[in-house]
Design a protein around this ligand. Structure first.
Ligand SMILES: [Cu+2]
Length: 143
C-alpha cells in the first residue's frame, strides 16, 4: 500500500480511537466537602453517571429539587451514584442543610458525536476509494 495513504489511514484510526472516550459515557465525581457540593455547577453529557462522595464529618444528602433522585442520608465516606438520562437542568440540595445547593446540567451530545463519526467514515471511504482507483491505474499515484 502507498505509504502516504497508509499514514493517512493510520492517522484516521488514531483519531477515531482518541474520539471514542468522548462519546462513551463516563462517571464524574462530586465531592461533598465543607458543607458544599464540589463542583457546584456541573455539566455532563447524557448517560453520564455522577458519583457523590461525602467527605465531611457529618451526614449530607444529594436530593434533586424535582424528585429525580434522592441519595438518602450519606454518612462520612459514603457514596451515591445516579445516571443521567435526557438533557435538562437539575438543581439539587442537601435535605439536612438546605443552604447547600448545586446544579447538574445534562447536555445531549449524541447528535454532534454521530456527525463527527460520519465525517470520519466518509473520509476513510474516500481514501479507500482513491486507493482502489490508484491500484487499478485509473488515477496517477501522488508523488
Ligand atoms: Cu448537608
Amino acid at each position: 500500500m502507498n505509504s502516504r495513504l497508509s499514514r493517512v489511514a493510520f492517522g484516521l484510526c488514531v483519531a477515531v480511537l482518541l474520539l471514542s472516550p468522548a462519546v462513551r459515557a463516563d462517571t464524574v465525581d462530586v465531592s461533598i466537602q465543607g458543607f458544599a457540593f464540589i463542583p457546584q455547577d456541573l455539566t455532563v453529557t447524557q448517560g453520564t453517571t455522577v458519583k457523590w462522595t461525602n467527605l465531611d464529618g457529618g451526614p449530607h444528602t444529594s436530593t434533586s429539587d424535582d424528585g429525580v433522585w434522592d441519595s438518602g442520608t450519606l454518612s462520612t465516606g459514603q457514596t451515591y451514584t445516579f445516571t443521567f438520562g435526557p438533557s435538562g437542568m437539575h438543581p439539587y440540595h442537601c435535605e439536612i442543610h438546605p443552604s447547600m445547593i448545586a446544579t447538574i446540567t445534562v447536555e445531549d451530545e449524541v447528535p454532534s458525536a454521530s456527525i463527527y463519526a460520519l465525517i470520519i467514515l466518509a473520509a476513510m471511504l474516500l481514501i479507500a476509494g482513491g486507493y482502489v482507483l490508484v491500484k487499478r491505474g485509473k488515477l496517477p499515484a501522488s508523488a
